[in-house]
Structure formats: structure tokens, C-alpha cells
Design a binder for this molecule. Structure first.
Ligand SMILES: Nc1nc2c(ncn2[C@@H]2O[C@H](COP(=O)(O)OP(=O)(O)OP(=O)(O)O)[C@@H](O)[C@H]2O)c(=O)[nH]1
Length: 294
């Protein structure tokens, strides 16, 4: 599978990150709550040595809350301060200050011992494209100080946003490049829509997506597409070309009929129903779904 990130972009992003990270005390890492591991890049660990760290599980409105809470425990057990967030409607934003103070307690104490009393904590937001870095900066800073949008790499002058007397935030987020360790990671990034769909096989992706969602959240699928629970369960076909996909294909076909995704000659319009399924998942219309558990 391909991705729209080329070595040139990565080198530039990495260089900027290395420069900016020298200026800060705290790294605020934003990940997607639906895939907290696949939406990280562990390279940040070696870039941010000796820095205080927090992880924000953003887009938690789209993730399974029970699993998000398990992730919070997981990160806490690994000594990483962590919080769930919905940057779009500001939920969780109020708790960020407290988390920053806790994560920086040692630094503040060291400053105090050296007689440095009024130096604010300097922080920087980092994360892979599209996780909500700009949306977070906007809602945290409480004004439109960072540009939001779907295009990575909007250039801005380096500026510090004074959040309160204790914290200053670099207005430009650091962009981490996703790490494609394996097929699964690439697939999950594609499912949540952080890759350009034009370069993907959307039908294959929709089958993988609906297969996963049906296996973990079958009622959501049944309800969304008005399917018959028993018939769907019985549609597994061990004689199919790919038995693994037989239920997913059945769901897709049934949903296509319900949604009028039919082409000339009474054929299923797989591309259309695939896009509907992916869109339903990404927008939360299929319910709150997590793709990774700790
Ligand atoms: N549902 C939901 N959507 C969100 C949340 N935060 C951000 N978004 C949406 O996610 C998309 C990407 O948000 P951005 O803030 O532009 O993401 P970014 O990480 O700055 O992206 P790049 O500039 O590509 O690096 C936008 O459509 C946001 O509205 C959230 O908590 N919940």
C-alpha cells in the first residue's frame, strides 16, 4: 500500500521537529483514540528524551469509550500522562492544564530550587497528519490562532501562544510521519481516512472495515443497514472464493440494495456502497468504534 508522504516531506518535518523540540519543556502528543498505537510514531520517543510528555486521545467522540478508558490505563501504567479529548466540542480541554502541571511538576520544582519562579512551561503539539492538532490548538488556546484544515504543512511564523501564566504553546504543531510497520497499521490508518482514498482500493478497504466492525460491533451494522440478524449470521459460506469475506460481502450487497446502489443491468455498485460504508464509519454514523485495544 502506498501513502502520500514522500521522503522529502519526512526529512523536512523531522528537521523542523528536531529544531523546535530544543525550545520546549513538554511534548503534547495527539493520537487518534480509535487507533492510539497505529497513529503514533515511536520516533518521537528518541526525539523527546528528557522532555515531559503527555498523550491526548483525540476524536474520542468516535471511539468506543470502554476501550478508550482501557487505553488511558495502559498509558498510565507505562508512566505516560494521558487524557481523552474531543477537540471539536472542547470536551476534555479543561483538564489539559492540570495534566500539564502534573507532567511538568519535576521541571517546575527544579526551576524553583534554582530560584527561577516565573518561567512558563513551553509546550509543543505533535502528531501525524489529520489527528486534530490544529483543532486542538484552536480550542485549547480559545481563539483561531492556528489554521485548521485537511492539508498538512501550512507554513506559519514561529510564535508562542500564551495560554495562562504557566504555559506557552508553540503555534505550529510538529508533524510526525506515520510509521508503516506492517500491513495492519497501514490498513487502520486507511480505515480512519488518514490516507488519500484515491490511491487505495476502496472496495477492499470497505470489506475489511465492515468485516472488522461486524466482528466486534455486529448490532451497529445490523441496525445501520436494516439487516436481518439471523440471515446475516447464516450468510457465512465456506465454499466462497474467500470464505473470510463472505459475510462482509453479504452485508455490503444487502446494504447496497437498501441504499439503491445498483448499476445498469441490476448489478451492485460496489464502489458506491464502499464509499458509503467508509463514510458511515469515519463520521461515527456506525457508532463509536475502536480499531485497536491495548
Ligand atoms: N469527530 C472529531 N473530529 C475532529 C476532532 N478533532 C479534529 N477533528 C477533525 O479532524 C480533521 C483534521 O483536523 P486538523 O485539526 O486539521 O488536524 P491536524 O492534525 O492539524 O492535520 P494536519 O494539518 O494535516 O497535520 C478536521 O476535519 C477536524 O474537524 C475530534 O475531537 N472529533
Amino acid at each position: 500500500m502506498n501513502y502520500q508522504w514522500y521522503p522529502g516531506h519526512m526529512t523536512k518535518a523531522k528537521r523542523m521537529m528536531e529544531e523546535n523540540i530544543k525550545l520546549i519543556d513538554l511534548v503534547i502528543e495527539i493520537v487518534d483514540a480509535r487507533i492510539p498505537i497505529s497513529s503514533r510514531n515511536p520516533d518521537i520517543d528518541s526525539l523527546a528524551v528528557n522532555k515531559a510528555r503527555i498523550i491526548l486521545l483525540n476524536k474520542s467522540d468516535l471511539a468506543d469509550d470502554k476501550i478508550t478508558n482501557q487505553w488511558i490505563n495502559y498509558f498510565n501504567e507505562n508512566n505516560i500522562y494521558c487524557l481523552k479529548l474531543n477537540s471539536r466540542n472542547n470536551s476534555g480541554i479543561k483538564q489539559v492544564n492540570g495534566l500539564i502541571m502534573t507532567a511538568c511538576a519535576d521541571k517546575i520544582e527544579r526551576n524553583k530550587q534554582r530560584g527561577i519562579l516565573n518561567r512558563p512551561i513551553r509546550a509543543m503539539v505533535v502528531g501525524i497528519p489529520n489527528v486534530g492538532k490544529s483543532t486542538f490548538i484552536n480550542s485549547y488556546a480559545g481563539k483561531a490562532s492556528a489554521k485548521t484544515g485537511n492539508k498538512p504543512g501550512v507554513t506559519k511564523g514561529k510564535q508562542w501562544i500564551k495560554l495562562n501564566k504557566n504555559v506557552e504553546l508553540l503555534d505550529t504543531p510538529g508533524i510526525l510521519w506515520p510509521k508503516f510497520d506492517n500491513q495492519e497499521v497501514g490498513k487502520r490508518l486507511a480505515m480512519i481516512g488518514s490516507m488519500n482514498d484515491e490511491i487505495l482500493n476502496v472496495e477492499e478497504l470497505a470489506i475489511d472495515t465492515i468485516k472488522y466492525i461486524y466482528s466486534e460491533y455486529s448490532d451497529n451494522v445490523i441496525e445501520r443497514y436494516g439487516l436481518d440478524k439471523e440471515k446475516t449470521a447464516a450468510s457465512y459460506d465456506e465454499n466462497a472464493i474467500n470464505p473470510d469475506n463472505s459475510v462482509a460481502l453479504y452485508i455490503m450487497e444487502q446494504a447496497a440494495v437498501k441504499r439503491g446502489c445498483i448499476k445498469k443491468g441490476n448489478n451492485i455498485d460496489y464502489e458506491k456502497i464502499s464509499n458509503i460504508i467508509l463514510d458511515d464509519f469515519r463520521s461515527g454514523r456506525l457508532g463509536r468504534i475502536s480499531l485497536e485495544t491495548p
